[in-house]
Structure formats: C-alpha cells, structure tokens
Design a protein around this ligand. Sequence first.
Ligand code: UDP
Length: 490
Amino acid sequence: MESKNLCQPHFIFIPLMAPGHILPMVDMAKLLSRRNVKVTIVTTPLNSIPFQDTIDREIQNGSPIQIQLFQFPNDEAGIPKGCESVDTLPSRDLMPNFPIALDMLHKPLEELCEKLEPFPSCIICDKHIPCVAEIANKLKVPRIIFDGTSCFHLLCAHNLHASKVHEGVSSEEKFIIPGLPHRIELQKSQLPGLFNPNSNQNVNAFREKIRACEENSYGIVVNSFEELELEYVKEFQRVTGRRVWCVGPVSLSNKGILDKAQRGKRENNTNDENHYMKWLDSWPISSVIYVCLGSLSNATPEQLIEIGLGLEATKRPFIWVIRGAYKRDEIETWLVEYGFEDRVKGRGLLIKGWAPQVLILSHKSIGTFLTHCGWNSTLEGICAGVPLVTYPLFAEQFFNEKVVVQVLESGVSLGAENGVHLGEEEKSRVQVKRENVRDAIEKVMGEGEEQERIREVARKWAHMAKKAIEEGGSSYNNMSQLIEDIIHIE
Ligand code: UDP
C-alpha cells in the first residue's frame, strides 16, 4: 500500500455514535493533532455538538484539527429525528435499528472521505462501523480500528473465540479463560452479547461482520497504557500478530477546567459544574463517594433502589448520577415516595442530567468511585487515584472488573453475578443488595491496614497513568510510533 502524504499525514477519525466511543476518540484525536498531525473527525451534526467547543479551543491553540459532518440516516433506518446516538434512542426496542443505520453509512462516508484535503493517510475507525473496511480498501488507505476496550479484554475475547470453552458450559457455571497470565474465572452469563447470541439474527450477523473486519485491519489503537497491562499487550500481539498502539489514558488530554467540565455535555446553557465543585469543596480530602453507571445505564429500578439504600447506609457524603436510568420514571417516583433526598440532605447530591465525570473525579474530596466498569470510566477512575467499587452490567464490563480487582488490585467487587444485556433488562434480577454496597464502600474508605493498602495501590496506578501520557512516557512514544508507521507505510 502506498502512502499518499509522506510529509504531512492526515488521520481521519470515525467514532461510533455513543458517548463511550465518541469521547475517547475525540480525546485521542486531540492528542494526535497536538503532535502537529492533521486530524479530521467525521461525525453527524448532533454528535458533534458536545465537542465543538473543545475542538475550537484546540484550533485556537494551533492544532491542525477539524470536524466534518454527514447526515445520520434517520428515516431510512427507522430511527426518530433528533436521535443520532445509542444513548438518545427513545426506546430499547430501537436498538436493533442502530446496526441498520451503521450499514447505511457506507455511501455518505465514502463520498466524504474521497473529498477530504489533503487525501487521508489513515482512517482510525470504531470497529462497530464495519462498512469503513470497504471504503478504506477502495481508497487504498490503511485502516486502524478502535475497539474502546483494553488489551486484557481483547486477549480474553480472542482466546474465547479460539478455544470456545464457554460453549460447553451452562449459563451460570464458572469457567477459566485459557491462555492468560492470571487465573481469570467468569461465568457465561457475564460474557458480552457476542458470546451469548440473542434471538435477533440481524444483530448476530452484524457482530460477525465486525469480527471479520477486525482481523484484516492494519492495526489497533487502544485506550490503555503499557504499564497497566504489559503482559496482556504482549500476549495479544503474539497470538494475533497485530500491530497494537496503546496511547492512553486519553481522558488525560483534558487538562483545563473547561475541557473537563464540558466533556460530553450536550446543553451548554447551564453551569451546574460550579455548583458541584463548590459542593465538593465543602468536604474533606478523599471523603466523597462518586456513583455513576455510565451513559447507557441499564440497571433496573429495583437495583438502583438497593444502591440508593446502600449509599444512605454508608452515612458518608456521595454524588449519585442517575441520568438516563432505565425506567427513569420509576426511580423518580421512588425518590419522592421514600423521601430519599430529605433523608440524605446535606450529604447526598443527585445528578439527574449529564455529569462532568472527569471534572468530578479530579476533585481531591473524591474517595471512591462506584462504577459499572465501562472501560472509559474504569480508566478515568484509575487516573483519579481512587479505589473503585465495581458493579459491571453488560458488554465487556465483567472483564474490566477483573482487571481492577484481580490484576491491578485497586478495587473491590459488589459481587454481581449476571450481566444485563441491553434490551433484556426485564429478565434481570437484583444483583447487589444494599448491604453489599455499604460493606464494599467500607472496604475501600474505612479505617484499617487493608483499606490503606488499596488506597496506596490506587494512587500508584494514577501516578503511572500520568507518566505514560507525558512526553517520553510509553503512550506518548506509542503515538510517535503510530505517526511514524503511517508516514513510512509501504
Ligand atoms: N460520562 C460522563 N457523564 C455522565 C455519564 C458518562 O462524563 O453522566 C462519560 C464518562 O466519563 C465516560 C463515558 O461517558 O468517558 C462513558 O463511557 P464508559 O466506557 O465508561 O461507559 P458506557 O457509557 O459506554 O457504558
């Protein structure tokens, strides 16, 4: 393959339309453009709104970065106007329409990429948009995939596909994932949807297509850093023969208050951030629990109630983000009927909209993060230097819990046993009780040698994360290598 731009490489970023995928790709794009490499982020109008300001600031600071827009195929895919991302779908029933929309992006994306100036040197594309593989082939441009997870997960997924050990076990039976540096035990009901084919054949076929496109990509960029999971990075490279560049944690690209406060925020007409920061200022160092279950939160109301009661039982200050909760109305009703906000008055802050997570986590009064273990949140918690309390829900989140609890030893599990697949919430039972929440939080925030040890370990990982991204650090060097590899591609 011949590179068309030897001196001035032009990287195209095509993120999947979901906050957990757009946010790290925008962060990564910013980091790359700060290395004086031309970068274009390609997305739809509504998805560009939350990051337009941060990109404008990058441009003012001299970074060669821009946004190019294409229209989301709402009508063709049967998705209501005004929804261009997974988290804004009005109903989980519309989930299967999303892959349909993604398949329809072939033409608009191809037309847009063809016209870009200078001609693209490389396309970095979310792996969930497989039609980009054909576009890159046609344009003879190397395609690098972004998967949004860790090398730990990539290796686990590879080894499961190769060994198929999970196929011979029942849903709640535990088994060991083969070929890993640690002894990692999971049960089938904790695996992502790909390993638990569902009744929708279109969704299964789409997943297979994604896997095929992964295998013939030029390489993979990972939002992680080598020190965090070196054995897994190496082993994944060894067993797959793929090029891997670990360039994270990319959320650390957000250094200024504004970048942290606005990250992912759709409405820029409020400045609730000031209120949250002032509230946090009023608490001692490491005293506040931060609870957020991600952008697609699908815990059932019954489950969220247990979490709320657990928080009440800790008697500690907390911030609880309940935005976008599944069956949100039921939770709102409970909050009123139980008088939750009065009962925790003065020490419990509820965020019902988008939380400025990276900003909150950077505040010194945060003492722990109760997370659903989305990979971004997991890394953001690691960067904050606080122990994590883990409550995985779906996708690869049970793998991420293992990274935190077993590999890094910087968190404790709430003990959830079964995953809750998106769209199948009705089938799920309560996984963690209020006592589990209270006790797990004591294990990381209370007094004692073990508690002090876990806090010390968490601080150590945060220190390493910051070093990795600084000039001369492993992620910084990997980004240099990525640029070199694309410049010198044969
Ligand atoms: N996030 C945020 N505010 C919210 C909810 C989520 O800033 O109220 C961000 C969070 O910081 C993270 C991303 O959204 O960067 C969520 O990604 P993750 O992989 O943790 O979970 P997902 O939402 O994909 O399940």
